[in-house]
Design a protein around this ligand. Structure first.
Ligand SMILES: Cc1ncc(COP(=O)(O)O)c(C=O)c1O
Length: 403
């Protein structure tokens, strides 16, 4: 390469975008001017004072001290796979330990599965709004995210007719995120059964992202795979959210017992071999989490419910703004009635520059930019949220008046 030229960057990188982190660049510019920024962009409970349960930390430290610092089997350590299998069984989804794979978070499980299922040009049904990892990974694979609508006027539930219509011979998977990020929706059993029916009839597998299943405000939610154990369903979760250890990158996937999924399971295992293993000592945290005390979850969910109610009440009261009440986790997806020509990004960047509050615009989750949605992460303490929502109210008034 002649000196002075720069290395080629793969063209597919252009289609790999992840707004939740990309937008931080704008916040850093504000901080560089000496103004503080309140970050409501990333779903990590730790910076807001929530703590990883000590018995999980003890288990990981013990694993390190006991010498479990080498590579593990690429599918993960056996005792943790058994713990995950037992957890699936307890929740009514039969998944034997040999159909469990430990992954670097839910994220890697998703990436391995999409890699196993979709060739370039293939289609995967993804909700809009979606957690952006799906579109990012599909972009990298050269596969196509085909969006099915979820409806804010119906509690952000999936539009099942839309979903049915969108399944084609090129569809390789249907992604279902329940409970949902970014909307906070929990799907009722009837909706889950209807989605399962589509998958079962077409043979297209469901990728059930259930990373928030323990954070339902009315109790843990029903796993899709428990409603139809023989339907083609793969379930994903991790220690990141309900066990307050997102940095550990400790997750798992469970492939339902249907033999229709055997080839996919083999393909995922093949890809998992290539990355050697997920972080070894953290796998021992999974056993401790699933077999140990979960009282921290009751407290966490109680705190989240208070914040969710506050969020809905305060944001819905802002003229020009609507907010559907979240039923789980720590996200809400309010919407502003934008003036013609304005985008959700205009609103979010304006809010950042005017008030030093960082949210993520709805188009970062695959929504149309003129719909005016943005995502709020409501993990901050209620007194801070009160101030933040007052500032959002003030800014919204100014934004709508000026435009
Ligand atoms: C719906 C959803 N899936 C997956 C992830 C990634 O989780 P993990 O830390 O387990 O990779 C997140 C993180 O915010 C998420 O919201």
């Amino acid at each position: 390469m002649p000196s002075g030229t720069t290395p080629h960057v793969a063209a597919r990188i252009k289609s790999f975008t992840y707004a939740i982190r990309n937008i931080v660049v704008e916040a850093k510019k504000i901080e560089a001017t000496g103004r503080p920024v309140r970050y409501l962009n990333i779903g990590d409970p730790l910076p807001f004072g929530f703590k990883t349960p000590p018995h999980l930390i003890d288990a990981v430290l013990k694993a390190m001290r006991d010498g479990h610092n080498g590579y593990t089997a690429s599918v993960g350590v056996e005792s943790a796979r058994q713990a995950v299998s037992a957890e699936f069984e307890r929740r009514g989804m039969p998944v034997s330990p040999d159909r469990v794979i430990l992954t670097s978070g839910t994220s890697e499980g998703i990436e391995l599965t999409l890699g196993a299922l979709a060739d370039a040009g293939d289609e995967v049904l993804v909700p809009t709004p979606t957690y952006p990892l799906y579109t990012a990974v599909l972009g990298k694979l050269g596969a196509r995210a085909v969006f099915y609508r979820t409806d804010p006027s119906n509690g952000w539930l999936p539009d099942l007719d839309d979903m049915k219509r969108l399944v084609t011979p090129a569809t390789r998977a249907i992604v279902v995120i329940d409970p949902n990020n970014p909307t906070g929706a929990v799907y009722p059993e009837a909706a889950k059964r209807a989605i399962i029916d589509i998958a079962d009839r077409t043979g297209v597998p469901i990728l059930a992202d259930e990373v928030y299943a323990d954070l339902g405000f009315d109790g843990p939610t029903t796993l899709l795979g428990s409603l139809a154990p023989d339907a083609p369903i793969i379930s994903y979760s991790s220690l990141s959210k309900a066990y307050l250890a997102p940095g550990w990158r400790a997750g798992w996937l469970g492939v339902g017992r249907s033999d229709r999924l055997d080839d996919v399971l083999a393909a995922i295992k093949k890809l998992a071999d290539g990355r050697l293993c997920s972080p070894g000592p953290m796998q021992f945290g999974i056993e401790a989490a699933l077999n140990g005390d979960r009282s921290h979850q009751r407290e966490f969910v109680r705190e989240l419910r208070v914040r969710a109610e506050l969020t809905t009440k305060r944001l819905s009261a802002i003229p020009g703004m609507t907010c559907v009440e979240p039923k789980a986790a720590f996200y809400a997806m309010p919407g502003v009635a934008l003036p013609p020509g304005k985008t959700d990004e205009d609103f979010v960047l304006g809010l950042l520059r005017s008030k030093g509050i960082l949210c993520v615009y709805g188009s970062g989750f695959g929504m149309a930019a003129n719909l005016g949605h943005f995502r709020v992460v409501f993990l901050a303490p209620p007194d801070q949220l009160e101030k933040i929502y007052s500032d959002i109210g003030e800014f919204t008034g100014e934004f709508l008046r000026q435009s």
